[in-house]
Design a protein around this ligand. Structure first.
Ligand SMILES: [Zn+2]
Length: 83
């Protein structure tokens, strides 16, 4: 459904795109791995690579193979409230 609203040109561009997510707090690169919902969206969009920070390093993964059980803070709060 998400992809239906996007033009073919943009879909093509997204397939070649990479995404970088960095979280920085207390002078450290901390975990910014996308949560399970974001991962689903990135996979549906068929993004190529994701870069995320964790323990002061940047990790590169193919979106296709990205797996996570991680729920973001927003996610957890949302589900607590509306489940
Ligand atoms: Zn997320």
């Amino acid at each position: 459904m998400l992809r239906d609203n996007i033009s073919d040109d943009i879909k093509k561009a997204i397939k070649k795109a990479n995404m970088i997510v960095i979280r920085y707090s207390n002078n450290q690169l901390t975990n910014s791995k996308p949560c399970n919902q974001c991962t689903d969206i990135l996979k549906k969009l068929e993004l190529k690579y994701i870069y995320y920070s964790n323990n002061n390093v940047i990790i590169k993964e193919k979106v296709k193979f990205l797996e996570t059980e991680h729920k973001s803070q927003l996610n957890r709060t949302f589900y607590k409230k509306y489940k």
